[in-house]
Every structure is written in C-alpha cells, then in structure tokens.
Design a protein around this ligand. Structure first.
Ligand code: KIV
Length: 280
C-alpha cells in the first residue's frame, strides 16, 4: 500500500506548545543570558529560525521593503502585515511573535493604537506588538499595557520617522544620549516590556541597558544590549548591495538560490529535467 505523506512540513505542528513568555525574557536579563531575535514574514523562515533556537520572532514593518518591494517601511499597511503575522504565529509553537504596528496605524491616539494592536492579537495571533517612538508614546504604551497587550518600544533611529530625522542616521550622539536614556526609563515606567534600540553609539546602548530592568534588543546599538536583532534577509545574505554597518552576514543565500535556479533552467533547456525518476 502506498504511504501518503503530506507535501508540507508539518513538524512544527507536532511540537509541544510551550511558548516563550514575557516573564522568561525578563528573567533572562536577571541571569545575564543574552538572546537573539530575527525578523520572519512567512512559514518557512519562521519554522527554520524557531528550530535554530531563535526565541523571539519579529514580523517587522521591514516587510515593506523585504516582502512588498517598497523603498521604505512607510508604505506597508495593517492589512498587508496581518496575514504575514498570522503565517508566523500559525506555523510556530515556541517562539514569541511580535507584530510591528505600521506607520500611521497608532500615532493618532492611544485609542487608535489599541484598536490596531487588538487586530494583530485577535486576527493574527500576535503575542506582543512593537511601536516606534519616545516619550510622545507614553500614553499609547500605558493604554496597551493596561489592556493586557505587551508592547516593545523602538527608540534611537526609528525608520518610520526617516524623513523627519533626515535619513538613516545614528541617534543619541553627545548630549542627546541622555535624552534617550531618560526616554527609555519613562517607557519602562509606562509599561513597555522591552526596548528595541536602533543605531545609537555603543556606550548609549550600554547605558540604557544598565538603566532599565526590562530587556533591551539592539540593532546597531553595541554588544552590551540584552539581545540583538537582525532582518533575516540581511543576516542570511539575500539582500543585494551595500549593507548597513551593523549587519553581519552569516550566509550567502542569494548565491545559493541563484545557482539552484540557474541549474534548474539549464536542466530544463538541456532536456535533462525531469528525469525518469521524476516521471510517472
Ligand atoms: O521592522 C524591522 O525589521 C525592525 C528592525 C529594526 C528589526 O524594526
């Protein structure tokens, strides 16, 4: 009798459902255990990263560039991000999945922020959300927090404000560093469960990490943060062109995929694929 196997990898569905929880992240800071976070926007990347031991996945608004082909994060919408978050939560069993709230979907008011966050929790199964900004977001963070929605605040360089900030620039240099440390403390007091710190001098990343009891996740913020995050296509070498200084490329997937695609095309042109073993 022929054995019928699923064409899809369903291993994730059989894993024990022990999701990482926010208190565990806080405990890891207490114990000085660092952790890694990656972006993920689909089932395969999410399952691969979870299996590799990445405890936290971010469905970033960087999907705007890395999935939808826009030239900034500003264009992506809630309706575009929701299915990506759903794919990541549905296909993982252990990772904590954070949904990025896109530009314009939370800045208007704490109420708008809550409504958008609720959509990501209800319709996509997100476990937490992330929003970009400093003290102007204290009421938004307090609103989410009392409503039971864990929120990560993104400070330092905030890509959704690239036009106001004059492009991709390091933030918190000189005296501005203290402003960032003060906002980090205020965001913690308002209820943020973690801080993502982007593109600040290493000593500012370290000072913020010292100043707060919640975990800090750095991207271009030095190695003293409690965790580090990278966009997965940068980390794995899918992206073409000049990479930001904070990126370390751990693989060259672009070449691997190009070679595979070329080999496939060559085989088809030569008539060597499909072979007898692929033919019914
Ligand atoms: O959307 C994103 O990918 C981010 C990065 C800074 C990790 O927020």
């Amino acid at each position: 009798m022929t054995e019928h196997t699923s064409p899809y990898d369903t291993t994730a569905l059989t894993k024990p459902a022990t999701r990482l929880r926010i208190p565990q992240l806080k405990q890891m800071k207490v114990e000085g255990r660092k952790w890694a976070m990656l972006t993920a926007y689909d089932m395969y990347s999410a399952v691969i990263f979870e299996d590799a031991g990445i405890p936290v996945l971010l469905v970033g608004d960087s999907a705007s560039n890395n999935v939808f082909g826009n030239d900034s994060t500003l264009a992506v919408t809630v309706d575009e991000l929701l299915p990506l978050v759903r794919a990541v939560t549905r296909s993982t069993r252990r990772a904590l999945v954070i949904a990025d709230l896109p530009f314009g979907s939370y800045q208007v008011s704490p109420e708008q922020c809550l409504q958008t966050a609720v959509r990501f929790m209800k319709e996509a199964g997100a476990h937490a959300v992330k929003i970009e900004g400093g003290v102007e977001l204290l009421p938004h963070i307090a609103k989410l927090s009392v409503s039971g929605i864990p929120v990560m605040a993104h400070i330092g360089f905030t890509p959704q404000m690239e036009h106001q900030l004059g492009g991709y620039r390091v933030q918190g240099r000189g005296e501005d560093g203290q402003r960032l440390i003060d906002s980090a403390k205020a965001l913690e007091a308002a209820g943020a469960f973690a801080l993502l710190i982007e593109m600040v001098p290493g000593d500012v990343g370290a000072a913020i990490t010292q100043a707060v009891a919640i975990p800090t996740v750095g991207i271009g913020a030095g190695n003293q943060c409690d965790a580090q995050v990278l966009v997965w296509q940068d980390m794995a070498g899918l992206r073409q062109g000049r990479l930001p200084r904070f990126v370390k490329q751990y693989a060259d997937l672009r070449s691997v995929l190009q070679t595979a695609a070329r080999d496939f095309a060559d085989d088809v042109q030569a008539g060597t694929f499909p072979g007898p073993e692929h033919t019914f």
